[in-house]
Write a protein that binds this ligand. Structure first.
Ligand code: NCD
Length: 293
């Protein structure tokens, strides 16, 4: 049976735990990973810019012994001639054993999955979801703090357009964490069911601060939010003044919301978080490719 990963909701809690456990083994020794995908081809179809997600998927595929094909910009594909996403995906699924798709339209991964004869992994669909990012965020929390259940997590920034939080927040709650939000005014959590706190309250009581970028490319009037970054800005002085004891995560790339003087603070785990993406994506690709056999 073909198994896709278009939304994190498609994974049960026991599958999430399995992915995190598998990733822990891969992270311990990525060079010695079993070549689970030795005869497979993975296609990275990226219609939107990416550094971490695309290259960590490529690295993950290589570590599992797979070959990688793909593209990193829409302008090099026949979508510029008017080809539909469905037709492109139908073609790619004849060339590869799995498709990793990043696309600017929300819902594009689910559309691609319907057109594909091989597993489709959502690597970010507009303001929709980013399930493998959520898995690597969970992995980082678990490996840094030892557990997820019962942890207090504050999400900061653009909660309306940020797809990473759209996958992460519901999953943290499923796993028993307590989630609060420090939103930018006008960019609040769309469902309205996450309690809000001030930045000072979040710094005082949370185990995890999860900062995010204002997603300027996703809405036209972003100039209105020029000051938004300063409202949720984290710098070293702010962490020190609050005596922050938790860990600080960010999916990256960052802009003004996260100062570089935080990088050598003991709370800063975002570079390790990005590195964890390879092991998580190895676990996800193994799971989906195994199911497809
Ligand atoms: C995020 C994304 O693309 O959604 N980046 C990532 O995948 N690490 C976050 C962002 O672009 O702000």
């Amino acid at each position: 049976m073909i198994r896709h990963l278009t939304s994190i909701q498609e994974l049960s809690l026991s599958e999430i735990t399995q992915v995190l456990d598998d990733a822990a083994q891969y992270a311990a020794d990525p060079r010695c990973a079993p070549q689970r995908a030795a005869r497979d081809i993975v296609c990275c179809a990226f219609f939107e810019p990416s550094t971490r997600t695309r290259l960590s998927f490529e690295a993950a595929a290589h570590r599992l012994g797979a070959q990688v094909i793909g593209f990193s910009e829409a302008t090099s594909t026949s979508s510029t001639k008017g080809e539909t996403l469905e037709d492109t995906v139908r073609i790619l699924s004849g060339y590869a054993d799995a498709i990793v798709l990043r696309h600017p339209e929300q819902g594009s991964a689910a559309r691609a999955a319907r057109a594909s004869g091989v597993p489709v992994v959502n690597a970010g669909d507009g303001a929709g979801e980013h399930p493998t990012q959520a898995l690597l965020d969970l992995f980082t929390i678990r490996s840094e703090l030892g557990s997820i259940e019962g942890r207090q997590v504050a999400v900061l920034g653009d909660l309306l357009h940020g797809r990473t939080v759209h996958s992460l927040v519901p999953t943290l709650r499923r796993m028993g964490a307590d989630v609060v939000a420090v939103p930018c005014p006008g960019l609040e959590w769309p469902e309205g069911d996450v309690p809000t706190v001030t930045m000072d309250e979040a710094l005082a009581r949370c185990d995890v601060l999860y900062a995010t970028r204002i997603q300027r490319e996703r809405f036209p009037d972003h100039a209105r939010f020029a000051d938004a970054e300063s409202a949720v800005r984290i710098d070293r002085a702010r962490l020190q003044a609050a005596g922050f004891q938790g860990i600080l995560l960010h999916p990256l790339p960052r802009r003004g919301e996260l100062a570089t003087d935080v990088d050598d603070h003991p709370a800063a785990k975002y570079f390790q978080q990005a590195q964890n993406g390879v092991a998580i994506r190895m676990a996800v690709l193994s799971l989906l490719l195994e199911h497809a056999q």
